[in-house]
Design a protein around this ligand. Structure first.
Ligand code: MN
Ligand code: MN
Length: 476
């Protein structure tokens, strides 16, 4: 052996390797990855709101034998139960062989996604433009200019004066009408938009949804176009103007999930942050049979606006869930609940930023995640000096990464972006507040929070493998 070759082998031995999942993938593996993505795309098309995600997950879980927790008298190992909180937050639980008092394995994702909501008094008529429009208030961190001039659908619930619930989903069928935020033509945009800052090209109060352009055939009526829209809605759904204030109507892209690229290696779709983790943690727990420790996949609402509210990760949902589970072991004291949480461990399942080849400058490339290189273990999130970050302990990083190596889960470590570039948070810090050992762990996404987010099919499947390995694991 020459001296040169020896040196190389030392490098090989000591240096970190981070290779593309595709690199050595055989045909069978690629087929497995591609087949898995088909189910994921269907889920994205079905679940465009948090309510739809919960409904879809629970109906699939019921087919697999999951039962409402309060319908089970005495839990035993292998039992599959679920809890739903106000249609927007849910947990699937597979009872383990070890007592729950010794702690659980938890994968927590969020199923809300950035979107545009209606204001409480949305509908108005513009008499100069002769159109009816909805006033809106966006939800989460969107780049507003990305939402104009694309086909949009309206999903949600609305309650009538009598308290009758009406479910709405308009714009998803190819024969449905769609809705649009109309942008300004370039010919006349020189001053109005050209002199604005990039982030303000479209302002919040300019996201006015075009919903009608034809007048009602009635001489007495003043606001003819608005009234025509109200009449159509009343005929179809039995609702009236006042009902909009007792509604949750969400405006989302009307298009479906698609394969991206000639090789079809990526998925392009709305809502991948964070339904990519919602779906993969669902399919993971669906495959958990009789684990050592109790396994839980939990789906939170409101992460995109700070995890607030009684369906978000800052609520006491986890504490109450743990208390309900522990009742079956005869433990009802608050201490028992807190102690079981302290003995638990979690993956905060959320997406991280993949390198966008056109905007590499925002990353420290040595610490940025590559699309197609597996699930990302993100030790800390936060911004500008690790503020608002969970920052996982080295001991736990050691456990999780060794687990992934042992179970052959493709993974990489990553950080959101350059130190002073910006930042973002996840539910990790809210889960760890309960004493739960926690680290962020999810696939990379490009064009995050846009109406067409991009992810690698390899990373989607790696996430499923990672969450399954974790749910079935024991940290000795
Ligand atoms: Mn997220
Ligand atoms: Mn997000």
């Amino acid at each position: 052996m020459t001296e040169k070759k020896k040196k190389k082998s030392v490098e090989e031995k000591l240096s970190l390797k981070n290779e593309s999942v595709w690199k050595d993938a055989d045909k069978k593996t690629i087929k497995e990855i591609f087949d898995y993505a088909e189910g994921y795309k269907e889920f994205l098309n079905e679940a465009k709101t948090e309510r739809e995600a919960v409904a879809h997950i629970i109906s699939e879980a019921e087919k697999l034998g999951f039962k409402p927790l309060d319908s089970v008298k005495k839990l035993k190992a292998g039992d599959k139960v679920y809890v739903v909180n106000r249609e927007k937050n849910a947990a699937l639980v597979v009872i383990g062989k070890k007592p729950i008092s010794e702690g659980v394995n938890l994968v927590g994702s969020h199923i809300d996604a950035p979107r545009v909501d209606l204001k409480v008094h949305p509908i108005y008529e513009d008499s100069d433009g002769e159109m009816a429009l909805f006033k809106t208030h966006y939800y989460g961190g969107i780049k507003k200019y990305q939402w104009v001039n694309i086909p949009l659908a309206i999903h949600g619930v609305i309650y009538t004066k009598e308290g009758k619930r009406v479910d709405m989903k308009i714009g998803e069928d190819d024969s449905d009408e769609v809705f649009v935020f109309a942008d300004l033509l370039p010919h006349l945009a020189r001053k109005t938009q050209g002199e604005r800052k990039g982030t303000a090209v479209i302002e919040g109060e300019e996201l006015n949804l075009l919903v009608g352009s034809m007048p009602i055939d009635d001489k007495e009526t003043k606001a003819k176009i608005k009234t025509n829209v109200l009449k159509i809605l009343n005929d179809r759904f039995g609702i009236m103007e006042e009902d909009f204030l007792r509604a949750e109507l969400e405006i989302v892209p009307a298009w479906k999930a698609r394969d991206v690229g000639f090789d079809r290696g990526m998925v392009g779709a709305y809502g991948q942050d964070d339904r990519i983790c919602g779906y993969t943690s669902f399919t993971a727990i669906a495959e958990v049979k009789k684990p050592e420790r109790t396994a839980i996949s939990v789906f939170f609402d409101k992460e995109e606006i700070g995890s607030d509210g009684n369906t978000g990760a800052q609520s006491n949902f986890l504490v109450i869930l743990m208390a309900e589970l522990l009742k079956h072991e005869g433990n009802t004291a608050m201490f028992d609940v807190l102690d079981a949480l302290r003995r638990s461990m979690a993956l905060s399942a959320d997406v991280d930023a993949g390198i966008n080849p056109t905007y590499k400058n925002v990353h420290d490339l040595r610490n940025a995640a590559k699309i197609g290189h597996g699930i990302i273990v993100t030790k800390f999130t936060g911004s500008g000096g690790k503020y608002s970050s969970n920052d996982a302990h080295a001991e736990y990083m050691s456990f999780v990464t060794r687990l992934f190596n042992e179970k052959k889960v493709p993974w990489q470590a990553g950080e959101l972006g350059k130190v002073d570039e910006g930042g973002g948070g996840t539910i990790a810090k809210y889960i760890s507040q309960h004493g739960v050992e926690t680290v962020d762990c999810g696939p990379g996404v490009i064009s995050m929070h846009s109406p067409m987010e991009l992810s690698s099919k390899a990373d989607i499947y790696a996430s499923h493998l990672a969450y399954k390995a974790f749910l079935e694991s024991v940290w000795d």
